[in-house]
Design a protein around this ligand. Structure first.
Ligand code: B12
Ligand code: SF4
Ligand code: SF4
Length: 334
């Protein structure tokens, strides 16, 4: 079996259908990223504008032996579908949590997918014992949407999400960077399929989408406010028009016709629903059912450590107790 076939077989066993190969270490859209930072559109996200900004110019600044990237999509669309249905049910308290949070057995994808990437890396190493492998998964200084675009995984939507015609945008991008060219590039780069649609722009409650530049004003984005700001802070103007987001924001993905079509046809079995509810029980019970005032009271009676401990495995631990209280108080004022 040649390496390409072997790779397909390995990734198939990990449930990965959408992936691609990139040989170029320099992101073509680095100038767009630099312009974004220079305009100050990164706002409070200082880690994008410090020395790590220059690192993003070439993957070799992060992994000097780079020869090739294996770029993969990790789907969480079933979580999106189950949560959308839950929000319509009488059990919902009106609060909403980004669906990636519950898409990986309730575990923070930085841990969950890192393990998966490590297992895939081990299998690929068996093809060539001289191979070095490094991974990139969100926090490394790599322009991952650029990488995914080059790998043929989709196009840059007007909401700035990387979107795939048949898989939508409810997926995380994770890559293995290889020190040797082991595989052939098979996918071609996708073209734009947004056309005249402006749904995400029209329905973003805080006008956070920069139409002209196809990027986001980070400070206006509810995702920044609810995930990245850990102390008390002013919410972006317009948040009162949102649907109760208390951690992350999926609005510009939920309204995208490509995702609507995907979720409509997506089958979720009863077993998957039961498993979803059991793996995400803590977060659902704590945040999505009880009156918001009661949740605030619970958090007020907890220490910061107790909060972190209770939610240790979930991405929700990120904001800390104080950051989550900020999100809940903003919800109550809407
Ligand atoms: C900083 C960051 C954020 C910030 C800023 C988001 C943003 N759009 O810039 C905040 C906190 C707001 C955020 C929110 C979210 N994020 Co985020 N985030 C990142 C991070 C760490 C860096 C992104 C970045 O460099 N932004 C700067 C801008 C300029 O870059 P960009 O949006 O990637 O845009 C590129 C292209 O659009 C292109 N481009 C720019 N201008 C133009 C113009 C034209 C005409 C064209 C064609 C292209 C183009 O060049 C840019 C650079 O490559 C990446 C991980 C990584 N290491 O890349 C994850 C990442 C982008 N986030 C991700 C996710 C899942 C989210 C959320 C959905 C989470 C949530 N539910 O709340 C939201 C979505 C918000 C949104 N609509 O973008 C995923 C996206 C997966 C995908 N399918 O696209 C990533 C890739 C993490 C991962 N490994 O999967 N995020
Ligand atoms: S994530 Fe929410 S706030 Fe941010 S651009 Fe999309 S719809 Fe707007
Ligand atoms: S909602 Fe429309 S404009 Fe926005 S990303 Fe989806 S297809 Fe593109």
């Amino acid at each position: 079996m040649n390496n390409d076939k072997k790779l397909k077989e390995i990734l198939g066993r990990f449930g990965i259908e959408l992936y691609g190969i990139v040989n170029d270490s320099k992101p073509s859209t680095y100038p767009s990223f630099l312009a974004w930072v220079n305009r100050g559109d990164h706002g409070e996200l200082g880690y994008l504008a410090d020395h790590r900004k220059d690192k993003r110019e070439d993957i070799r600044n992060y992994f000097p032996d780079f020869a090739q990237a294996l770029v993969m999509s990790f789907d969480y669309s079933k979580s999106s579908k189950i949560l959308q249905e839950f929000y319509q049910s009488p059990e919902s308290n009106g609060a909403k949590i980004a669906s990636y949070v519950m898409g990986f057995d309730g575990i923070d994808y930085h841990f969950y997918l890192r393990d998966k990437l490590q297992k895939i890396a081990d299998e690929i190493k068996a093809l060539d014992s001289d191979l070095d492998i490094q991974f990139t998964l969100d926090t490394q200084p790599v322009l991952e949407r650029d990488l995914a675009h080059k790998a043929g995984l989709g196009w840059f939507g007007k909401n700035s999400m990387l979107i795939n015609k048949s898989k939508g945008s409810f997926f995380i991008i994770g890559s293995l960077l290889l020190s040797k060219k082991l595989f052939h590039q098979t996918h071609s780069v996708d073209t734009d399929h947004c056309g005249n649609c402006t749904k995400c722009i029209d329905l973003c409650p805080t006008d956070a989408i920069d139409v002209q530049n196809r990027t986001i004003f980070a400070d206006k984005c509810i995702s920044t406010f609810t995930i990245e700001l850990f102390k008390d802070a002013e919410p972006p103007i317009g948040i009162e028009k949102s649907g109760g987001e208390i951690y992350g924001c999926d609005i510009c993905q939920d309204v995208c016709p490509w995702n609507i079509k995907l979720l409509k046809n997506l089958e979720v079995t009863d077993e998957e629903r039961v498993e979803f509810s059991s793996k995400n029980k803590d977060v659902i019970e704590m945040f999505l059912k009880r009156p918001i005032k009661d949740i605030v009271e619970t958090l007020n009676n907890m220490s910061n450590r107790q909060y972190k401990k209770k939610l240790a495995a979930s991405p929700i631990a990120r904001t800390g107790r104080v950051g989550m209280l900020k999100n809940l108080m903003s919800f109550l004022r809407r």
